[in-house]
Every structure is written in structure tokens, then in C-alpha cells.
Design a protein around this ligand. Structure first.
Ligand code: SAH
Length: 257
């Protein structure tokens, strides 16, 4: 672990790459929408609105999740050459063999987190994301949770996420470079843990670092059944596990590279 929890909460120490146009009220940190890049040829608010409609038709019911998906500009997290696909329901390459998850799975996992017992009572508190990637899901989570800790094992992507997120100046997002298989004990206990990479076993640290009333949402490879989405709720009486739909996430790996 190379970064302390506060890092780099103070985005405002640096000038934003693009000027904020307006502020959107948010659950956690306010997310200033930034002006569209020139030459992209994308009316991003309208395209994003259509993406949100498709998410709602596909069963995402949480108004908070739909609002967050409508607020975060996904096209800012992908390479220029892929901008026109940014609002399609597809995963896209982000470098180093990794992918940004498709919008429907990001929305689905966020909705599952908000349904945790603790979140239903008092809102979603501190969340840990394993696999920052390009930082998109962390930005969505920043609109739904009070604090977001996100950890990435690949230095190149950790830095890319930092660059991508800087213009949004999200004071409640904390990026760490490290091995997320160990969780991030300094931020524990978490109201929610979300993994964007899947292995064939759940690291024990994740359940250990979950608060009572908290929920873990993670892909897991089941022998013979492929990868599925797993939900684990920590109740006062122990862990309760639910196996949901099949999913396709990049592999969870150990160590920093
Ligand atoms: N949420 C990301 C998805 C990135 S893909 C986004 O919105 O873009 C999953 C990421 O998990 C990859 O970047 C991969 O490097 C990372 N990863 C895999 N194993 C990891 C581990 N043990 N600790 C931290 N990150 C890990």
C-alpha cells in the first residue's frame, strides 16, 4: 500500500483540466459537469439521457443510481477513438489489457449496494472498490456513497484514473495503488465493497472489512458454472450469500505491477 487514505482528496489544489460549467447536487461529493471536449461531435447529455432510459427499461429502478449514471460523463473515461461508443452498453478497453465495465453492470452493482440493510437505513456510508481501472465506477459511486476508497494494482491505470478524475474534483474519492485482494484495512469497516475483477475465491479480507449491515458485491468463478455475481450481506448473525446472474469480469490478480 503506497498511499494513505487522504490521498488525493484535495483535487482543488490543482486547476481543473477543463472549466466547470455547473454543479450537480450529490449524495457524497458534488460533481461539477465539465464542458464537452471540442471536436467530439457528441451531445453528451442527450446521449447519456438515452442510456439512462435504456437502463431504466432494463430494470434499474433506483432513482439515485439513474441520476448518478446520468450525471457522470462516461465519455471522459475512454480513449478519444472510443468516445462515440461511450454510451453503448458495452465494456471498452482502457489499456493494460483491462476494460471499463459496461454501464448496465455498473448500475446493477451500485443498485445492489444501495439495497444493503445499513444503506437502506442511513444511506450508503464508506465504500471500497477493488479495481479502479479508469475511475468511472468510482465517479458513479461518489454520487451515491459518503466516501469512496478505490484501489488499483496497476500503476498505469491508477495514474490514468487520477488524471481522469481530477477535473471532477471529487473530494470524497480516495485512490490507492495496492493489492485489493487484501482489501484496505485503514478504511474499514465498509458499508459496501464492490469488486470489478473476479477470482475463483473471495479474499477473506473483504468479508472481514465489511461492517455489520454492509454488503459485498463481487464476481466469482464457480466451478463448472462460469463467473456469477455474488452478494454477501454481513448480518448480526453472520454472512448471508446470494448467487445472482452470470457476468464477465477481468481476472482478479495479486500484487502490484
Ligand atoms: N471499475 C473499473 C473497472 C476496471 S476493470 C472502471 O470503472 O473502469 C478491473 C480492474 O481491476 C483492472 O484495472 C485490474 O487491474 C484491477 N484489479 C485486478 N485485480 C486487482 C487487485 N488484486 N487489486 C486491485 N485491482 C485489481
Amino acid at each position: 500500500m503506497q498511499r494513505r487514505p487522504g490521498f488525493p482528496a484535495q483535487w482543488s489544489a490543482k486547476a481543473p483540466a477543463v472549466e466547470p460549467r455547473r454543479s450537480t447536487p450529490a449524495a457524497g461529493g458534488a460533481l461539477p459537469a465539465v464542458s464537452s471536449p471540442t471536436g467530439v461531435g457528441l451531445d453528451s447529455a442527450a446521449v447519456r439521457g438515452r442510456m439512462v432510459q435504456r437502463l431504466a427499461s432494463a430494470g434499474i429502478a433506483s432513482a439515485a443510481v439513474l441520476q448518478a449514471m446520468g450525471t457522470v460523463e462516461r465519455h471522459r473515461f475512454v480513449d478519444t477513438a472510443l468516445v462515440n461508443q461511450a454510451y453503448e452498453d458495452t465494456s471498452l478497453p482502457i489499456g493494460l489489457g483491462q476494460t471499463i465495465s459496461k454501464p448496465s453492470i455498473v448500475a446493477r452493482m451500485c443498485e445492489l449496494l444501495l439495497q444493503a440493510e445499513g444503506a437502506r437505513q442511513g444511506g450508503l456510508g464508506r465504500v471500497l472498490e477493488i479495481g479502479t481501472g479508469c475511475g468511472y465506477q468510482a465517479a458513479v459511486l461518489s454520487q451515491l456513497a459518503r466516501e469512496v476508497y478505490t484501489i488499483e494494482r496497476l500503476r498505469g491505470l491508477h495514474e490514468k484514473a487520477r488524471d481522469n478524475l481530477r477535473p471532477f474534483r471529487l473530494a470524497n474519492v480516495h485512490l490507492m495503488l495496492g493489492d485489493g485482494m487484501l482489501g484496505y484495512p485503514r478504511g474499514a469497516p465498509y458499508a459496501g465493497i464492490i469488486a470489478a475483477a473476479g477470482g475463483d475465491a473471495l479474499p477473506a479480507a473483504w468479508c472481514d472489512q465489511l461492517a455489520v449491515g454492509g454488503r459485498l458485491v463481487a464476481p466469482l468463478a464457480l466451478s463448472g458454472a462460469g463467473q456469477v455475481l455474488l452478494v454477501i450481506d454481513k448480518t448480526p448473525h453472520g454472512l448471508k450469500q446470494s448467487v445472482l446472474e452470470p457476468v464477465h469480469f477481468v481476472p482478479l490478480k495479486s500484487g502490484i505491477a
